[in-house]
Design a binder for this molecule. Structure first.
Ligand code: XIL
Length: 318
């Protein structure tokens, strides 16, 4: 039984997961870590690099929780995918609790991006510099950043990240952009314009939070191709495939395995795809049941850390 990371290495890609909060202190931490280091060669801290954790006061950074993730990863020969430098969620109260001028907010953002990226310079290889900056209808998303700074916060963040670590891979990450649609068209044009202007952006992240019905695979394949043609590296950053709880589990697990298989098939076929990551790995610890009511069991290991049909489906392909 060859672990996924060994197969991934042969394919020259990375396979990984978002690590749960303080996983080292879970009641079953040992089991958690054993499976994580056996199967994966890339790790994303699931929450610890977000503003509310890493920048709790205007003049104080809190690197400790993220550090533990990074140390675990590096100790176990994994690379680290940083998440995330600019987002509209999980912002600290000091930031959202008052109105800032454009100049003030630009200064705050510059300090944040440069401080965080240089702190992890050389250890975090890939950064989700900007997360979810676009709405489903294909416009810039309303957020503190957009409202106060305007769309240029995106290029500024990329430029500052590049300054702080010229070797890091800088990506734009979002959900519901897997298929060709209004949102992915907007993202495509946005990144194309950034590249034409010479703004440093190396890759695109498809979150891939989907369900057992799957997606339009033909459209996904074409979408990957057009982003690859821009010269971008492609990352599947947060994959999970949820199923309804309370139905015939066996039926849905089969459907789920088929969805994982189809997505992996297309990804492994496109050389621009550099890494595939799941948002967690055991159904015991997943954001899905809390966020998508009535759904769960979205990951490749079950609650007891046993591999599921979807695990075997992707392993067979690799
Ligand atoms: C989620 C975390 O998993 C939860 O623990 C947290 O409460 C909310 O955020 N897209 C993202 C991730 O980019 O940061 C989100 O993570 C899931 C959706």
């Amino acid at each position: 039984d060859v672990p996924l990371r060994v197969l991934a290495e042969k394919l020259n890609i990375h396979i990984g997961f978002a690590a749960g909060n303080n996983f080292w202190s879970l009641p079953d931490a040992e089991k958690y870590m054993e499976v994580a280091k056996r199967e994966f060669n890339i790790l994303t801290p699931g929450n610890q690099m977000k503003w509310d954790t890493i920048h709790p006061e205007r003049n104080r950074y809190n690197f400790e929780p993220a550090e533990k993730h990074v140390e675990f990863a590096l100790k176990n020969d994994m690379i680290v995918h940083g998440h995330t430098l600019v987002w509209h969620n999980q912002l600290p109260g000091w930031l959202t609790g008052q109105e800032w001028s454009k100049e003030e907010l630009l200064n705050i953002l510059e300090d944040h991006v440069k401080t965080v990226v240089s702190h992890f310079r050389g250890r975090v290889k890939i950064w989700d510099v900007v997360n979810e900056a676009v709405s489903d209808s294909g416009t810039y998303r309303e957020s503190i950043w957009y409202r106060t700074i305007g769309p240029e916060y995106i290029e500024k963040a990329l430029i500052w990240a590049k300054e702080a670590d010229p070797d890091a891979i800088l990506i734009y990450n979002d959900y519901n952009i897997e298929e060709i649609n209004a949102k992915s068209n907007f993202v495509y044009n946005m990144i194309k314009n950034l590249r034409e202007k010479g703004v440093p952006i190396d890759g695109i992240g498809f979150q891939m939070h989907i369900d057992y019905r799957g997606i339009n695979y033909e459209s996904f394949k074409k979408n990957l191709e057009r982003f690859a043609e821009l010269g971008l590296q492609i990352y599947i950053t947060e994959m999970d495939v949820r199923i309804p709880l309370g139905g015939s589990v066996e039926y849905y697990l089969k459907k789920q395995a088929e969805v994982y298989r189809r997505i992996f098939e297309i990804c492994l076929d496109n050389p621009a795809v550099r890494a595939i990551q799941f948002w967690g790995f055991t159904d015991k610890y997943s954001w899905v049941p809390g966020f998508f009511k009535g759904y769960g069991k979205a990951l490749i290991f079950d609650e007891n850390y046993n591999p599921k049909p979807c695990y075997f489906a992707i392993r067979e392909l690799m």
